[in-house]
Each structure stands twice: as structure tokens, then as C-alpha cells.
Design a protein around this ligand. Structure first.
Ligand SMILES: [Zn+2]
Length: 296
């Protein structure tokens, strides 16, 4: 940041509707743009990652998804990220903010109605936060918003993630990605560990406390330890006194880049199964029909 407060720090509004003007939003809706929306929370992420990690990572992902969709003639806009949510597991730590599920649902209903008012017809949501209650509330809010606004709305996530949450595979408001992003680790790694730290080091290095990363020991919890951690609050504090669950020292920015590239393709594919393109799009060279559904 510069001395006068201006500066080049990361903005979670980058590439979103928040940095557009109202005529640009109006035109996008008229051209049939779909809406992409990332859901995170402000939550402790160990001593080395910022509280907004679960907001930053969906933001960078959706910028990539938007670019891929554009190539197939699917226009999109990105909602400003949702970042007040439910931190049932790590809410006890400083910096983890919590809202009640009912508040989150009501807020979502109003925001989906706002999109409808602007003329948008399709909404695709992704989550950057693993808390089960948060994600069940997200789906609840999405369904309520979609019903009250009469709008198409979908929650995109990986098959394993949706299974853990107990979502019905036939739920018309969910789209499971074709497969999991490959994530190999010696240790159970679910929070501020090897994976999130790799991605943050690659895309948002200025807010990573890099000097701490190498000294963080892996937590080495098995399935029972993970289940105990997921009980949350005092259990989370006891199992992971430093806040992270995994192996941050094994992080690698290259891994962060590879995971993001794969996830971007998987999410774009999922959107393309439902999104309506601007028209029949053909590849100039091969004359191949690029209208969805298409694989990236
Ligand atoms: Zn996280």
C-alpha cells in the first residue's frame, strides 16, 4: 500500500460485477450472461495464511472459469464474493466470524432476487469453505432464493464433497464435477495445509507469512482425529492448536497452479452442462460445434 492509502493490494472485487458499471451489468444481462458466485468465509487459517483464504481462492478460480466459458460463447459475470458465513469448526479462534444460518439464508434470498431484478436467469455457485453446516446452508439459501426469484440456480462441487455433505445426487440444484481434483499428500490435509498454502503462495504470495511456512510441522491426524476436529470449537482447538490441519511446509506454488488449472476446467465443464450460449459457436479452423456441453 502507498503512503496515501492507494495501492496495488489484492482486491476481491477484481473481475467481479463490483468493478463494472451499471450499463455494463445491464448489457451483460441482456446478452444472457450467466452469474458465477464464490462462497467463502473470513476464518482463521493458521499462523501463515490470511483470514480471507477461502474468499481469495474461489475468486481466482472463477476468473479462470469466466475466461474458459467465454471461449465457447458463454458470457458470464462474477458476483462479488459472499464472505460472511458459518464457522462451526474453527469459530473459537480469533478472526473467525460467524453468522447464524437463518441470516445467511435470508441474505442469499435477497441477493438472488437482486440478480433476477437485473435480468439474469442462471446462477452457478462454488464454495471455498469446507464446513458442513455452511455448505448445507448455502444449498438451502440457494434453493429458497431460486424459488422466490424464479431463477435457475446451481451449487457446483466435487462428488466426494457432496457425498460428505449428504447431498442427494439427484438434487436438481447441485452439479457434481466429473471427478475430484488430484490432491496427493502424506497427511490428512483439509485446512490451511499443503493444498491451500500451495494455492495462496502461487496466487496471493504477498499475504502469506512465507517465513513461517517451512517451520510448521504436519498435524498427522488420522480419520478419527479428523472426525474429532470436525466436532469443532474446543475439539478443533485441542486437535489443531495452531489452526491448520495438514502439512503447510510441503506446499509448492507449482502444485497450486496445477490444482487450480484442473479445477477451473472441471467447474467450467459443470457450468457448460446447463448454461445457454449466445448462439451456435463454431471453431473457425475445424468447424467443430463449440456449443455446450463441451469439455475444456
Ligand atoms: Zn480454507
Amino acid at each position: 500500500m502507498n503512503q496515501d492509502g492507494s495501492g496495488s493490494g489484492y482486491s476481491i472485487f477484481e473481475g467481479t460485477m463490483a468493478d463494472m458499471t451499471y450499463p455494463e451489468v445491464r448489457d451483460a444481462a441482456q446478452q444472457g450472461a450467466v452469474v458465477l458466485w464464490g462462497f467463502g468465509v473470513i476464518e482463521q487459517h493458521g499462523p501463515h495464511l490470511p483470514l480471507a483464504t477461502d474468499v481469495y481462492l474461489p475468486s481466482i478460480l472463477l476468473r479462470g472459469v469466466k475466461a474458459l466459458l467465454e471461449k465457447t460463447g458463454i458470457s458470464s459475470v462474477i458476483m462479488p464474493p459472499f464472505y460472511w458465513g458459518i464457522n462451526g469448526v474453527t469459530g473459537i479462534f480469533p478472526g473467525s466470524f460467524e453468522v447464524r444460518p437463518s441470516v445467511m439464508v435470508e441474505l442469499m434470498i435477497d441477493l438472488v432476487k437482486s440478480l433476477k431484478k437485473d435480468g439474469f436467469g442462471q446462477l452457478f455457485c462454488i464454495s471455498g469453505h469446507g464446513d458442513a453446516l455452511h455448505n448445507r446452508t448455502l444449498l438451502d439459501g440457494l434453493k429458497r432464493g431460486a424459488a422466490e426469484a424464479t431463477m435457475e440456480a446451481y451449487f457446483i462441487g466435487s462428488p466426494d464433497f457432496f457425498k460428505r455433505l449428504g447431498f442427494d445426487p439427484a438434487d436438481p440444484h447441485t452439479i457434481a464435477t466429473e471427478r475430484e481434483v488430484e490432491r496427493k499428500s502424506r497427511f490428512v490435509d483439509v485446512h490451511a495445509g499443503r493444498f491451500e498454502t500451495s494455492s495462496m503462495r502461487r496466487y496471493f504470495p504477498d499475504v502469506v507469512r512465507s517465513h513461517l511456512v517451512a517451520g510448521l510441522k504436519p498435524t498427522d491426524l488420522g480419520p478419527d482425529g479428523l472426525a474429532e476436529w470436525r466436532k469443532g470449537q474446543q475439539s478443533a482447538l485441542k486437535m489443531t492448536p495452531q489452526g491448520y490441519l495438514g502439512d503447510p511446509a510441503a506446499s509448492d506454488p507449482k502444485l497450486g497452479e496445477a490444482m487450480l488449472a484442473e479445477q477451473t476446467r472441471l467447474v467450467a465443464d459443470a457450468v457448460a452442462t446447463k448454461a445457454k450460449p449466445r448462439g451456435n459457436i463454431r471453431d473457425d479452423r475445424t468447424n467443430r460445434d463449440l456449443s455446450p456441453p463441451i469439455k475444456f
